[in-house]
Design a protein around this ligand. Structure first.
Ligand SMILES: Cc1cc2nc3c(=O)[nH]c(=O)nc-3n(C[C@H](O)[C@H](O)[C@H](O)COP(=O)(O)OP(=O)(O)OC[C@H]3O[C@@H](n4cnc5c(N)ncnc54)[C@H](O)[C@@H]3O)c2cc1C
Length: 633
């Protein structure tokens, strides 16, 4: 049973766990965060689903932990945000990333702090984050998040979330996907017809079964992740959630990273930790406890008898792959099944949940008969360029640590003893020491492109798809850190607190984002122009997805400047809070214009003449080549 009491109301008719429908509207493969989010989002839209997971839903392998503001908006819609915030520490301490040589060790150069940056909406970034979204960044290790999502999915879709069942085959028919499911307990197989299939299996089998190529470099660097319990409360410097360790044996790159896993504190008081070590060529890979503990103690610089309990060991690799297609017939790839990249940037789980959100409202609209099936093509046109961008950016983030090592005096060919001497010079009270400290500080600050990447997290846009694009749209405009809200079609609707919206109180205003209807198109207009727009909405044909009108009080007119529309203008917003269309002023025949716009949006638009992912695929290859070269030295 799920780990927390399921206090949510069922949104779908319960299924007996032994009951297998022969046909289901949507079959979801994979019970990671992306599959479970898909199940919840579809249940909220009244779509019947069945989810199969080859294992159980409990994970002993720590992976993601950072949930960005756009993901938290989606989790809020799913009804899980409050539970996440309750488990995510409210204090500022975890919103920091540091670079150290080690935690402790025999010389003054061990346990030495090299630098620190605020991260994930902390420090000076708090204001910018609050301007971008009504929801705050959260930190909840995936080992706990997955169980929470499972409990919610089981509660809203009772009996439809099934462990120990594995997809082993897929056939496409004109009107359905026929999936073969293996019951791993009994060894029996059964075939299920689904109108649509969401492949959220992390990339293990679906790509192969569907004939999808995963483009981009694989096996760039090997990493060993150890989940441990140990007491590091003696470490005065341990005030960050994530600490990178720079030592001579890294040849100028981090030897690994130490991440606090809580559960209650996410700094030196944390009882649980993830110790991720980069595996050098030729290094022992044995998972036996003694070998792993030796490697961990060496990286931390603690003594041979410092108590450490090893909970689990996992091996993974840096890769930068993006599926060449996100849709094959009636099957859709989402999350790690569609894109895999290093965790530098924390965009994997976040990007996957955003895939699920993009797909859910479209599947629901098509299955409800409110949109033609062509709407579903827009999933790939919208999400694949963003995935390619995020993959390139994550690989580039991984490369931002090298300059820190170089500024310290570390690099290939600098041996162990010589390396520690270089660190001694860095720490020395000399002109050279001062020069190196300034160079390290500058190199550390470059990493704000990773840890303060608000524009990457909140500012990406769709350049083609279920929208009416405007001239000059870009997947990401400006630097990774500089977020500027925009109501250009394809962008996320800008957030603004409305003091005079219905339900707003002086202490609890309503966000523009909260005006968006999760099942229908929402038309935002000024109260003063509500009359003609209300007539236009009332005159729309009864078929097709409904449009709901949300007039905004004239006293909250700042929304018009933010969205660049005048008093008669309007912004049409999709259920996923992306702008589909805007008009700066009231058009001549608003009903006809709106009818045309609705038809175009719900038909899914058109792809770009040139693949918008192509420039990012080139950046992926360049960044991966640089990382591979550094890893092989
Ligand atoms: C060390 C580390 C740190 C990370 N940190 C972050 C972070 O801070 N932020 C972030 O956003 N991302 C992070 N990530 C990435 C993140 O963990 C993944 O992107 C995320 O788990 C992907 O979710 P998913 O649901 O697509 O796939 P998964 O979590 O891999 O789930 C897929 C599920 O499908 C199941 N499955 C596989 N094959 C089948 C089959 N044939 N039939 C049925 N079920 C099947 C699997 O058992 C699995 O449970 C990190 C990753 C690592 C390794």
């Amino acid at each position: 049973m799920p780990p927390t009491p399921a206090n949510r109301t069922a949104l779908l008719d319960p299924l007996d766990p032994g009951e297998w429908p022969e046909e289901i509207p949507v079959l979801i493969v994979g019970g990671g965060p992306v599959g479970l989010s898909s199940a919840i989002l579809l249940a909220q839209r009244g779509i019947e689903t069945l989810l199969v997971e080859r294992r159980s839903f409990e994970s002993r392998f720590p992976r993601a932990h950072l949930l960005n503001v756009r993901t938290m908006e989606i989790f809020d819609e799913m009804g899980v945000a409050d539970d996440i915030y309750a488990l995510s520490p409210a204090d500022e301490n975890w919103r920091k990333v540091a670079w150290y040589t080690s935690v402790a060790g025999p010389s003054p150069e061990h346990g030495l702090k090299l630098g620190e940056v605020p991260a994930w909406g902390g420090g000076v970034d708090a204001v910018r984050h609050a301007q971008a979204s009504p929801r705050a960044f959260a930190n909840l290790p995936q080992i706990r998040l997955d169980g929470l999502l499972w409990a919610h999915a089981e509660a809203v879709a009772p009996g439809r979330i099934r462990a120990f069942h594995e997809l082993t085959g897929v056939e496409q028919a004109d009107d359905a996907v026929v999936a073969t499911i293996l019951d791993r307990g009994s060894g029996e197989t059964r075939r299920i017809r689904a109108r649509y299939l969401v492949a959220a299996d992390g990339g293990r089998v679906s790509a192969e079964l569907l004939g999808v190529e995963r483009e981009g470099p694989k096996a760039i660097q090997d990493v060993i992740s150890c989940y441990v319990s140990t007491d590091l409360s003696f470490w005065e410097g341990g005030t960050a959630l994530l600490t990178h360790s720079m030592q001579p044996s890294g040849n100028g790159r981090p030897v690994g990273a130490l991440q606090a896993l809580g559960p209650h504190y996410y700094d030196r008081r944390s009882p649980e930790w993830l110790v991720a070590r980069v595996r050098r060529g030729g290094e022992e890979v044995s998972d036996d406890e003694a070998t792993q503990l030796r490697g961990i103690r060496r990286m931390l610089g603690v003594s041979e008898d410092h108590p450490i309990t090893l909970q689990s060991v996992s091996h993974w690799q840096y890769e930068g792959v993006v599926a060449d297609r996100f849709r094959v017939g009636r099957a859709f790839l989402a999350g790690d099944a569609a894109h895999r990249h290093p965790p530098t940037g924390g965009l994997g789980l976040n990007g996957g949940v955003q895939d699920a959100h993009n797909l859910a409202w479209k599947l629901a609209a098509v299955l409800r008969g409110e949109a033609p099936a062509s709407l579903l093509d827009s999933y790939e046109w919208e999400r694949r360029p963003v995935a390619a961008h995020n993959t390139a950016h994550s690989l580039e983030n991984a490369g931002r640590h090298g300059p820190i090592g170089a500024a310290l005096g570390l690099g290939p060919g600098v041996g162990e003893a010589e390396g520690w001497k270089q660190i001694e010079i860095f720490a020395s009270d000399t002109a050279e020491g001062e020069r190196r400290r300034a160079a390290v500080e500058a190199a550390v600050l470059e990493n704000t492109n990773d840890y303060s990447q608000l524009n990457v997290e909140a500012g990406f846009a769709y350049v083609a798809g279920a929208l009416l694009p405007e001239e000059g749209s870009e997947v990401l405009s400006g630097s990774p850190t500089e977020f500027r809200p925009s109501a250009r079609p394809g962008s996320h609707l800008p957030h603004l607190w409305l003091q005079h919206a219905r339900g707003a109180t002086p202490t609890a205003p309503v966000s523009t984002l909260d005006l968006v209807d999760p099942r229908r198109l929402t038309l935002l207009v000024s109260e003063g122009a509500a009359g003609p727009w209300a007539e236009a909405v009332a005159g729309l044909a009864g078929t097709g997805v409904p449009v709901v009108l949300r007039p905004i009080d004239e006293r909250d007119s700042a929304w018009r400047d933010l969205c660049e529309v005048d008093a008669g203008g309007a912004v049409l917003v999709r259920p996923d809070r992306k702008v589909a269309w805007r008009t700066r002023r009231l058009p001549g025949r608003p009903r006809d214009v709106l009818e045309d716009v609705r038809r175009t949006v719900m038909a899914g638009g058109r792809p770009c003449a040139e693949d918008p992912a192509a420039p990012f695929m080139r950046r992926i290859r360049d960044a991966a080549a640089a990382l591979s070269a550094a890893a092989s030295r």
